[in-house]
Design a protein around this ligand. Structure first.
Ligand SMILES: Nc1ncnc2c1ncn2[C@@H]1O[C@H](COP(=O)(O)OS(=O)(=O)O)[C@@H](OP(=O)(O)O)[C@H]1O
Ligand SMILES: [Mg+2]
Length: 333
């Protein structure tokens, strides 16, 4: 099922990865302390415009919930940024869309989502800080029908074959899952090819002590101390692996890590659907379980935010109950 949607999503994410890689290659790492966020801004807008435009052509009746909107780009003072975005989109297509068309494509992503109908969800660059550091980031595209995630693709252009390897010129993977059909992965290297898709599965380990978990890099997104307490309670004694973006879900899905715990330091923070829709189905179709911190399934029916959930626990299934219980003890639920 969803064969044409799956093929579309993989090729759209692959085209987006080419934009990201080109823009990222222009980042001088020694300029990072100048807080120049313009490369990620260009790539973020260009990827949303590209994928939204392709969607408008191929699935014109489907709405899009995307992270970005074009208001900032429409301002007169944003001319240089706008031109860079338009140039990136043009270079990824055979035609030359006008600036107005590119801005309209970005704004197509402002749909509200909700419980009814069919819409796509896009995080054009998830893990923006990882992108700027030339570490992990993801292009995350999912399809939701009547509140259920049906398809997800994660493009991870810098993800090596193993988390223990440094990222290099051969890095790059795409992950895809269709509801009821399992998860697959393929190499997606910088040469523009897409390798053969093969099935992936979560780890079967139920031994917390030998298991590795992963977590966010940024302390603004995740409370590392509390997560360490949860892991200790669950007897997961290994050092956590820190990586940016939904690449964390990918490492659970392919069996490299057994758990991804996400607990924002801001208890009132509402997680966004584009940060989780693709990752959730890639993990669950690989045999894992994804819930919030109290063990409730993620509720994608509530619009752009996961307002009925707080935090995330994604595991290989075998260790899920243990992590949920440990979380309740540490947080006092
Ligand atoms: N306060 C707070 N708490 C929790 N999460 C937040 C918060 N603020 C932002 N965000 C979202 O975190 C997304 C990046 O998450 P990561 O898992 O990549 O984090 S990290 O970079 O590894 O730290 C990031 O996604 P991107 O903006 O696409 O990078 C945000 O949507
Ligand atoms: Mg994000």
């Amino acid at each position: 099922m969803l064969e044409s949607e799956k093929e579309f999503a993989l090729s759209a994410v692959q085209a987006a990865a080419a934009i990201c890689r080109r823009v990222q290659s222009g980042i001088a790492l020694d300029s990072l302390d100048k807080k120049d966020r313009s490369p990620v801004t260009v790539a973020d807008f260009a990827v949303q415009a590209l994928i939204s435009g392709l969607l408008a052509e191929q699935f014109p009746d489907d709405a899009l919930v995307g992270e970005e909107g074009a208001d900032q780009l429409r301002e007169a003072s944003a001319e240089e940024l706008r031109n860079r975005v338009v140039t990136e989109v043009q270079s990824a297509r055979d035609d030359d869309p006008t600036s107005e068309t590119v801005l309209d494509w970005i704004d197509r992503g402002q749909a509200a989502g909700g419980a009814q109908g069919r819409f796509w969800v896009l995080d054009p660059i998830d893990g923006t800080k990882g992108f700027l550091r030339k570490e992990q980031y993801a292009i995350a595209l999912a399809l939701i029908e009547n509140g259920q995630v049906q398809l997800g693709v994660l493009g991870c252009p810098n993800l090596p074959e193993s988390m223990d390897e440094a990222t290099g010129p051969d890095a790059g993977y795409a992950f895809v899952a269709v509801k009821g059909e399992g998860s697959q992965a393929a190499k997606m290297p910088a040469d523009g090819t897409l390798g053969e898709l093969s099935p992936i599965a979560v780890s079967t380990s139920d031994d917390p002590a030998s298991a590795r978990r992963c977590e966010s890099v940024e302390s603004g997104h995740a409370s590392h101390d509390e997560m360490a307490q949860i892991a200790e309670k669950a007897q997961m004694t290994g050092e956590p692996v820190r990586l940016d973006s939904q690449a964390k879900y990918a490492t659970v899905a392919r069996g490299e890590s057994v758990a991804y715990i996400r607990l924002s330091p801001d208890a009132s923070y509402t997680e966004k659907i584009w940060d989780h829709a693709a990752g959730e189905i890639v993990v669950t179709e690989a045999g894992g379980v994804v819930t919030d911190l109290i063990g409730k399934p993620l509720d994608f029916t509530q619009g752009r935010g996961l307002v009925n959930n707080r935090g995330i626990i994604a595991t290989n299934a075998a260790l899920h109950e243990r992590v949920v219980r440990a979380t309740a003890e540490v947080l006092g639920f």
